[in-house]
Design a protein around this ligand. Structure first.
Ligand code: BES
Ligand code: MN
Ligand code: ZN
Length: 471
């Protein structure tokens, strides 16, 4: 999509552009008015006095979705900072508003159509937005940056949406390599033999049930001299549950169980593209969780890279196993902070519904930073506790640890138990660590004003975090 700045009055929009008019009608109202031969798209934003950043994000998306519904390929829009619409947003820097607008225009314009036949009239997308209103070089730069971010989010969505039959651990590693093309990012992929040599027994254990070989990909972007930010993303290319096979209503969409990996891949690529001054390492452990005849079994004991042994109580709690080895591997980069991103538990969905990822960390300072960046980026999170009281639930009976809650913790607080399990490995790191359980944000919520399928969380949060982080 092109976003062009225009001088003068929107009244003089050339023919062929639908003019967007934002009104105080109730949120979500969209209608088309014909005025002579020009078209006016009316979008309700609700009372301007109630405007805030969250509503502004949705408003930007609904502008694009209204245009699409109307098949308007070109629209003209006036964002006037002095208008009533922005009265409540005066404290927000205009650059940030502009960046957010561009990000969300791009996100709303996206549809996953890789597997669809192109219609004769072409895809239904907005091709151009004319932006009227006061502009400046810094505003134009912010819009360009917003577009880059929006595109990275959409690339992440494409990768997440790709069917399980089309993405294997090997092709996920290739996708990571492809995403770094032309960027100063070093890509290394470890294969089974190397992982055996290192002793990544937890990851290798999960991989056994699939005929697809596992991979472990390392992305290295050197943006500065300081200690790097390490991001680890769960890359389960399909989660059948393994021998603890998922029921029919739980297995659909499990090709998106590599959404954490997709987000880390595109956050690293974006950090390089935006030339951020912080070094970033991406770790992508990738497996397919299948019940093949060599599959790991409930009761099996795996030896992780850390040396800690893990009793498998449930083969469907596979994400924490592959991430355990990734967290131990992270140590060699002497990171300033480690964040893992995973569609880890259905319990996170039960706890938070569809609108926030779960944030788990033992570090209050880091929690505060991430929560703030989440709010400003629009990639919302909500914190859950990781208190000592929960630690009992991850202890093993015949091994050091168990991969699923035992005793009374087996039924409740599953998102916390998942985080507590990862903490057993993260505590060996000599830096702050946070876990983002993005299962709630794996697919779009109806209120999101986005296409069905993956939403690309938390690429926007990660990039904001990397920008703001002071090692
Ligand atoms: N990938 C799933 C979690 C998930 C479920 C993500 C729904 C997105 C939507 C994960 O591997 C899983 O199966 N978790 C189990 C853990 C349990 C066996 C301890 C779960 O949540 O039930
Ligand atoms: Mn699972
Ligand atoms: Zn999973």
């Amino acid at each position: 999509m092109e976003i062009d700045f225009k001088r003068g009055s929107i009244e003089h929009t050339p023919h062929g552009y639908a003019r967007v008019q934002i009104t105080e009608k109730s949120k979500g109202t969209k209608c088309l008015v014909k005025e002579g031969d020009s078209e006016i798209l009316e979008i309700g934003a609700g009372k301007f006095a109630d405007m805030n950043l969250r509503k502004f994000i949705i408003l930007c998306r609904s502008i694009v979705s209204a245009a699409k519904a109307n098949k308007s390929k070109k629209i003209a829009l006036q964002f006037d900072r002095t208008s009533e619409l922005f009265k409540n947003l005066q404290a927000v820097p205009p650059e940030h508003i502009s960046q957010l607008a561009a990000e969300n225009f791009e996100m709303a314009n996206f549809e996953f159509n890789v597997f669809k036949t192109k219609p004769k009239e072409g895809w239904n997308i907005v091709e151009e937005i004319f932006l009227y209103g006061k502009s400046s070089p810094s505003i134009e730069k912010a819009v360009k940056k917003g577009q880059e971010i929006g595109r990275a989010v959409n690339a992440c969505r494409t990768l997440s949406n790709t069917p399980g039959g089309d993405i294997t651990p090997t092709s996920l590693a290739q996708a990571a390599k492809k995403a770094m093309k032309g960027l100063p990012v070093r890509v290394t992929t470890l294969h089974t033999k190397e992982m055996q040599k290192l002793g990544m027994g937890a990851l290798l254990g999960v991989a056994k049930g699939s005929s697809e070989a596992p991979t472990f990909t390392i992305l290295e972007y050197k943006g500065g001299k300081g200690a790097p930010v390490v991001l680890a993303g769960k890359g389960v290319t399909f989660d059948s549950g393994g021998l603890n096979l998922k029921p029919s209503n739980g297995i659909y969409e499990m090709h998106m169980d590599m959404s954490g990996a997709a987000a880390v891949i595109h956050a690293v690529a974006l950090a390089a593209r935006l030339k951020l001054k912080t070094s970033v390492i991406g770790l992508i452990p990738a497996v397919e969780n299948m019940p093949g005849n060599n599959a790991y079994r409930p009761g099996d004991i795996l030896k992780s890279l850390s040396g800690k042994t893990i009793e498998v109580l449930n083969t469907d709690a596979e994400g924490r196993l592959i991430l355990a080895d990734a967290l131990t591997y992270a140590k060699r980069f002497k990171p300033s902070v480690v964040i893992d991103v995973a569609t880890l538990t259905g319990a996170a969905l039960s706890a938070l519904g569809l609108h926030a990822s779960a944030l788990l960390t033992r570090d209050d300072n880091l929690a505060e930073k991430i929560a703030q960046d989440a709010e400003t980026s629009g990639d919302y999170v909500w914190r859950l506790p990781l208190w000592d009281e929960y630690e009992e639930g991850v202890k093993g009976t015949f091994a050091d640890l168990a991969n699923a809650g035992n005793g009374s913790s087996a039924r409740y607080g599953g998102a916390i138990e998942g985080g507590m399990f990862l903490w057993q490995f993260a505590k060996e790191l000599e830096c702050p660590w946070a876990h983002l359980d993005i299962a709630p944000r794996m697919t779009a919520a109806p209120q999101d004003e986005l296409a069905k399928g993956a939403v690309g969380a938390p690429v926007r949060l990660l990039i904001r975090f990397i920008e703001q982080w002071k090692p």
